[in-house]
Ligand binder design. Sequence first.
Ligand code: PLP
Length: 478
Amino acid sequence: MSHNAESTAFRSALEVIRAVEPRVADAISAELADQRESLKLIASENYASPATLLAMGNWFSDKYAEGTVGRRFYAGCQNVDTVESLAAEHAKELFGAAHAYAQPHSGIDANLVAFWAILADRVESPALKKAQVRQVNDLTEADWFALRRELGNQRMLGMSLDAGGHLTHGFRPNISGKMFDQRSYGTDPTTGLIDYDRVAEAAREFRPLILVAGYSAYPRKVNFRIMREIADSVGATFMVDMAHFAGLVAGKVFTGDFDPVPHAHIVTTTTHKSLRGPRGGLVLCGPELADQVDRGCPMVLGGPLPHVMAAKAVALAEARRPDFADYARRIVDNAQALADGLLRRGATLVTGGTDNHLVLIDVSGYGLTGRQAEQALLDSGIVTNRNAVPQDPNGAWYTSGIRIGTPALTTRGLGATEMDATAELIHTVLTQTTAGTGPDGAPSKAKYVLDPATAESVGKQAADLLTPFPLYPEVDLT
Ligand code: PLP
């Protein structure tokens, strides 16, 4: 039994929870055990520090704090002001932004805040202005009608889903696709890379109010200087959603043309992916949009989560330390080592490699769908997720791709040697798995055949790979 502060803190917390609902305490312990055992290659996940996790479990959760720092609609928010200011200050320093808004509960919420701020800034609508200044109840039926008509006419140009864009960049299943008239830019069918001339052409034809850059599954850098020039050429507001690669911006791996902050009018992010913070979002912008952004709650957000803002302040303080830059560099080195290992073994990668934290394998060369590959890998102790590839013939459900990312394994300390071993394990599973058939003997996009002995052997090797790199070594729950 370890007596360090982290072990004592988590053990005591579990003891207190166990006294009320033991099944929750058990599930929390089981989650740690599961995470410790799995080779986590989910590109959007990470492991936050014990300090970040602990900053969330406290009485800040009890406090309502609608409004902004120093201007709250509730009394007694002085301590919330402290943590919200700290989170915003750290974010501003870290990313070199003029303004930071730390309240969004998630990346999707951060995008909604940004959309509303841009609309309020750009659309000449008395009804919208009224709504923005907390007079929603004063809107007449005619106001609402005018508002819907004016908003419905606004246009957004973002990266297509199958090229790696995100649902919130104007796609139908998300409110952004209902709010905006949307068009998307894809990638070059030969290289898989963004073709900036095509983006410029689409912008000229479509003349969007908002040009969005950013992605969930594009394995390359984006030139934000060129994207800003395109936005300026058509009078669009340039928004970057850096949810996936914020850690690489914070760690100064993406600088110059590849750092979105100096080029975009507004930048949104999550805090829990490569940035390694709590689950949440942030918005960064210049002074022009700051007032509108700060109206995020209650315009589109529920009351702020002060306990999560406290954890954001802790995680952002960690990201400002010099060793975070080393961490960010290693994320990319690991992704490149993984990509190289896969390519050497014959895999097909979208764009032929990576220069960020993620790799997208086209598994059609193995005769599999993404769904089959994802499950076969999971059976073998390797956690990934299926993802569409550009012009995917299998659509967004079955897909033809597997997305893998290195932020989590890099946090554990795995390096290039382990990435090559991981490539070997993935290659073994994908070459040993065959597509299965349905009950009627017809080819299935979901069923697959993998010898359980192979899955077990790979699972054992994956576990061995992790043994020298314990997760949360400072936390001993025994
Ligand atoms: N934006 C991008 C680019 C993302 O990849 C994601 C999540 O995967 C989000 C936004 C949404 O983040 P959240 O799940 O925190 O709402």
